[in-house]
Design a protein around this ligand. Structure first.
Ligand code: HEM
Length: 516
């Protein structure tokens, strides 16, 4: 009897507890529902902010909105939520600290379902495939794995400077060749001998085709996926052609290099590279496990890594033309260390802090990816009294974070000195100025896996250029300097418009060291 009563009381308690929990959860949900969506420009019913979305230099408009509504701005596009993060604090709070729920990517049906991107790491949602490809990337690009690639990058930097010496007016092509050679060698052991290499040209064409499709994620098909069922010709002939070209190029970029290495692997002649080591781990007899992920992880190293490095190096050259004093100070630092006896090597990096400050300023002054890549949040969340709905697209405005005058006074000027203190000629880095490299490569679990590779490639090329050349502005027939256009192109990766520059060897000795 007593037992029965105890069971009854026990069950009653369990039922009461469960009921209380359900009610509590409902109250919490209600409260969360009642939390306001982040403030933002008032849209129109159903359509939301569609008509206010800027088509050009979105980062500028987003920064203007943040000045009005605060660092976390909410937008709606036909009911879809977009959250703009305008300061480092909110980006780091959400994307770093709450990375477990803020590390997905928005669904982009146009690129993923119809454009051939479905296995690309850059667009993969948070999940098993994402983890697998990140693991593949990190294995090839982590700081200690970098030791494998550094001699090759150093050799390519020297070849880059030699090419520029012979044809200085082709520096932009050689820049593309340099960035591409480094990554193709790392990923596939493929050696590039000319700026017209078919692998380089194909990748360049693919990038341009992708950019020509406009803001990825903002096409009507991305907003109403059902529209993808309509015949594609309704979007125009150019769209049709670009989509077909993009799909073809992506397929070629991923399969041709991979198949070349795979064949070499099975005949015992594969070069040491990312794909070879992934094949070593994943080949079981003639079968290759996780083959699609191997193909896409290696391809995305090129897809995401080449164009970004090119843009940063172009910005460096432009900054040096426009700021001769900065250039002279960096050259003096190099000359002081090397005494004209040899060319710079990566071992010198610690000893050249001013060059380091220049690279920080390159990342800040004209950020390569002004809006990074959008993340997506997979659960409802609450931040500083605001409700962030599950599925929201999260855009972090790197341009704005790197151009705010509180952190970086006079943000439009190129000023590496902002990061350093100088005492008796000894340079130390200021701890009170945020390092742009902490932002420029993104956040949390989607942080750029190629950042160490990019950093080494940029350092070696810039040190080499400064050691060997004086970089200056070209002049017109009347002797007036021809200034580069600082109105950068629109795009996920923002490039400067075509520019001209003059590169003159600084001394016979540096030219000799380059050729020897
Ligand atoms: C100056 C050079 C570079 C810059 C400024 C840069 C910047 C970025 C940024 C902002 C992101 C987005 C991060 C996020 O979503 O939070 C990203 C992602 C990525 N980057 Fe880089 N990157 C550079 C070079 C490279 C290189 C050299 C590689 C490869 C060798 C690379 C591979 C990738 C990949 C695969 C992703 C996608 C990661 C993911 O979705 O999980 N990047 N990068």
């Amino acid at each position: 009897m007593l037992d029965w009563i105890q069971v009854r009381v026990g069950s009653f308690q369990v039922v009461a507890l469960v009921t209380a929990l359900v009610v509590f959860k409902k109250i919490l949900d209600r409260l969360q529902d009642r939390l306001p969506f982040p403030p933002g420009p008032k849209g129109i019913p159903w359509v939301g902010n569609v008509l206010q979305m800027p088509l050009d230099k979105q980062w500028m408009k987003f920064a203007d909105w943040a000045k009005i509504y605060g660092p976390v701005v909410g937008l709606k596009l036909f009911g879809k939520s977009i959250i703009l993060l305008d300061d480092y604090e909110s980006a780091s709070d959400l994307l770093d600290s709450r990375g477990a729920i803020y590390s997905s990517r928005p669904d982009m049906p146009l690129a993923n379902r119809y454009g051939g991107f479905s296995h690309a790491l850059t667009t993969l949602p948070y999940g098993d495939l994402f983890h697998l490809q990140r693991k593949f990337m990190n294995r090839a690009l982590n700081p200690s794995a970098m030791n494998l690639w550094l001699p090759m990058i150093a050799e390519n930097a020297r070849a880059f400077a030699l090419n520029v010496l012979e044809s200085p007016d082709k520096i932009r092509q050689f820049n593309r060749m340099y960035a591409g050679s480094n990554i193709l060698m790392m990923a596939y052991g493929y050696k590039v001998d000319s700026p017209d290499d078919p692998w380089i040209l194909r990748a360049h064409e693919a990038t341009q085709t992708i950019e020509s499709l406009g803001n990825i994620g903002a096409h009507p098909i991305d907003i109403f996926p059902i529209l993808g069922n309509l015949p594609f010709r309704i979007w125009g002939k150019d769209f049709l052609t670009n989509m077909a070209t993009m799909k073809r190029l992506l397929h070629e970029m991923s399969w041709i290099p991979y198949n070349t290495v795979k064949q070499q692997f099975f005949t015992g002649s594969a070069p040491a590279c990312m794909v070879t080591s992934l094949l070593e781990e994943n080949a079981k007899g003639a079968e290759v496990q996780n083959e699609t992920s191997i193909i896409w992880a290696s391809m995305m190293a090129y897809g995401a890594g080449a164009d970004t490095t090119v843009a940063a190096l172009d910005t460096f050259i432009i900054a040096m033309m426009l700021n001769p004093n900065v250039q002279k100070k960096a050259q003096a630092e190099i000359d002081n260390l090397l005494q004209g006896e040899r060319l710079p090597a990566l071992e010198d990096r610690q000893s050249l802090p001013y060059l380091e400050a220049i690279l920080k300023e390159v990342h800040r002054w004209q950020p390569v990816a002004p809006l990074g890549l959008p993340h997506a949040v997979i659960e409802d969340d609450e931040y500083k009294g605001m409700h962030i709905p599950a599925g929201s697209m999260i855009i972090f405005n790197l341009w704005s974070m790197l151009h705010n005058s509180k952190d970086y006074p006079d943000p439009e000027s190129f000023n590496p000195d902002r990061y350093i203190r100088e005492d008796d000629g000894k340079i130390t880095f200021r701890k009170d100025v945020r390092d742009p490299e902490d932002l420029a490569f993104g956040f949390g679990r989607r942080l750029c896996p190629g950042r160490h590779f990019a950093s080494a490639s940029l350092w070696l090329a810039t040190a080499m250029l400064l050691a060997v050349f004086d970089i200056s502005l070209p002049v017109d027939e009347d002797g007036n300097p021809i200034l580069p256009d600082l109105d950068y192109e629109n795009g996920i990766v923002s490039h400067p418009k075509p520019y001209k520059c003059v590169l003159k060897p600084r001394s016979e000795h540096s030219v000799e060291s380059l050729s020897s």
